[in-house]
Design a protein around this ligand. Structure first.
Ligand code: F6P
Length: 323
């Protein structure tokens, strides 16, 4: 292998730049040429590709976002788009590719691999739902951002004796809600993976009020149905039945930005470096994940076969801690 490419795809997060830096510097250290592909698969199809050197990744280890840009690319789901991508790879002399992204992006990597091109995936999504890794890039930083917000909201919630619905990201995954609920000492966590009836929610908040708690913090995942705003409306329609008055904070994309945590920087550096080593060793078609504190290979097919489910022990633990 003489020349490798690297791209970031799907939702951004603060671990991406550290991983790009690691791929570039490990690649150069192994005597390879390294090409940066802009805007994920969209830039690969359009040939937006530049040679990288050590200086082009200076000063980015902690910076949020992705210096290469990212995109969600519907054309790549079509065979025509993937063949166009292959042509770009050939045109720029790239003979191995590192794809940094979540489930959709890794499925794209698998499809490209099926056309015979060596690709290694690195899991990166704040949803932490990629199979074959204990943790994906960006999760730790996003969690720290959420917990910081919960702590701040608790200050005002306690002063006014209010219940707060704090909405966190996760269209299909309740991981961030569950983990931030545990770390932030939430009274209740609502995830898309399980139904929680309105009566149970109202009863929990009322019980907290009756037991003399100064506030109630309810973490709601973005994908929970019928949704945070609807829930707030329903609870506020019956203020006497819940005790606290209810306020809402939707954290939104603030969770995806900011300076990367030390953990994310180290994880990204280690997974990026492993990705390059594995590509050169001929292990294309795999994802490099983080399992029991080691970089571990999982076939891309397995990595994208299903999304990880929530650990029921954590759900139970959250309920016990919320008493
Ligand atoms: O997949 C990561 C994620 O942040 C989800 O938690 C969220 O639902 C989604 O991306 C938001 O995507 P977008 O930024 O494209 O609106």
């Amino acid at each position: 292998m003489r020349c490798i490419g690297v791209l970031t795809s799907g939702g951004d997060n603060p671990g991406l730049n550290a991983c790009i830096r690691s791929v570039v510097r490990m690649g150069l250290g192994m005597g390879l040429e390294v090409m940066g592909i802009r805007r994920g698969y969209a830039g690969l199809i359009d040939g937006e590709i530049d040679e990288m050197d050590s200086r082009s990744v200076s000063g980015i280890i902690g910076r949020g976002g992705t210096m290469l840009g990212t995109a969600r690319c519907p054309e790549f789901h079509e065979e025509r788009g993937r063949k166009q991508a292959l042509r770009s790879l050939n045109r720029f002399g790239i003979d191995g590719l590192v794809v940094i992204g979540g489930n959709g992006s890794l499925t794209g990597a698998l499809e490209l691999g099926r056309l015979g091109f060596p690709v290694i995936g690195v899991p990166s999504t704040i949803d932490n739902d990629v199979n074959g890794t204990d943790i994906a890039l960006g999760v730790d930083t996003a969690l720290n951002t959420i917990v910081d917000a919960i702590d701040k909201i608790k200050d005002t919630a306690s002063s006014h004796n209010r219940a707060f619905l704090i909405e966190v990201m996760g269209r299909n995954s309740g991981y961030l809600a569950l983990a931030s609920g545990l770390a932030g000492g939430a009274e209740l966590v609502l995830c898309p993976e399980f139904e929680t009836p309105l009566e149970t929610i109202a009863q929990t908040i009322e019980d907290d009020y009756v037991r003399g708690k100064s506030h109630a913090i309810i973490i709601v995942a973005e994908g929970w149905k019928p949704g945070t705003l609807k829930l707030a409306q329903q609870l506020n329609e019956h203020p006497d039945s819940v005790g606290f008055s209810v306020r809402v904070t939707q954290l939104g994309h603030v969770q995806r930005g900011g300076s990367a945590s030390a953990f994310d920087r180290i994880l990204a550096t280690r997974l990026g470096a492993s990705a390059v080593r594995e590509l050169v060793a001929g292990n294309g078609g795999h994802m490099v994940g983080w399992v029991r504190s080691e970089a571990t290979l999982t076939p891309l097919e397995e990595a994208v076969a299903f999304t990880k489910t929530l650990d029921p022990r954590l759900v139970k633990l959250n309920q016990i801690m919320a008493q």
